[in-house]
Design a protein around this ligand. Structure first.
Ligand SMILES: [Zn+2]
Length: 210
């Protein structure tokens, strides 16, 4: 809840958009934000518990309309402890303009293991096909851009997944601004430096393979 509100204050989501979930450690149950409740009004009792099929088992409210992506991600990747979905404007703008986000910032390289973001084409969210495409993309990435929609990141815990969302939007914002300034191709992190960063990230567990 604290992170959900933080996401709004950072401009990563607005009002009731986006959703967060966390696996209850050692169980097949997931805590997820409810559908349609503004983050500023969210109370602890509003969080819904669902099973790995997405069926609510505890809580008075409807779980997020994108619950299927969350639960299918937990089913496919037992190491994933949390998923965060935000709708960040710079990342969305690049995706809509078909501009892939390269490795422009160190934090982006560290937290995504040098692999950047996967991309899922514009599909109706909440459907099984949408969820399957997302889960497939997560086989090689810690985060996936849902084109014309937003970003979905995974992590060992909520803080980790949230940090990835922040790093991706920061990189998108910097790249967007750099493109405006230069109107050509901005300098990226040199390949050898990037490889060194990936090694460090692996050694320190920032970019643990899924
Ligand atoms: Zn959404």
């Amino acid at each position: 809840m604290r992170l959900a509100r933080h996401a709004e204050s950072l401009g990563l989501v607005s009002y009731a958009q986006g959703n967060l979930s966390a696996r209850i450690l050692g169980t097949d149950y997931v805590l997820i934000t409810p559908s349609g409740v503004p983050y500023s009004e969210l109370e602890p009792q509003d969080i819904v518990t669902v099973d790995l099929a997405g069926r609510p088992v505890h809580g008075a409210l409807e779980p997020s309309s994108e619950t299927i992506v969350h639960v299918m991600t937990y089913q496919a990747y037992p190491q994933v402890g949390a998923c965060v979905h935000v709708e960040p404007p710079y990342l969305n703008a690049l995706a809509v303009a078909n501009v892939p986000l390269p490795n422009v910032l160190g934090n982006f390289v560290y937290l995504f293991g040098g692999q950047g973001l996967g991309v899922v084409p514009a599909l109706c969210s909440g459907t099984r096909e949408f969820a399957e495409r997302s889960v497939q993309a997560l086989a090689h990435h810690f985060g996936v851009v849902w084109k014309n929609h937003g970003l979905f990141c995974v992590g060992q815990d909520l803080g980790h997944a949230f940090n990835r969302c922040v790093a991706a939007e920061q990189a998108a914002r910097v790249y967007y601004l750099a493109l405006l300034l230069r109107q050509t191709s901005p300098d990226l992190i040199p390949r050898d430096v990037e490889e060194e960063m990936v090694e460090i990230a692996r050694a320190r567990g920032w970019a643990r393979p899924l």
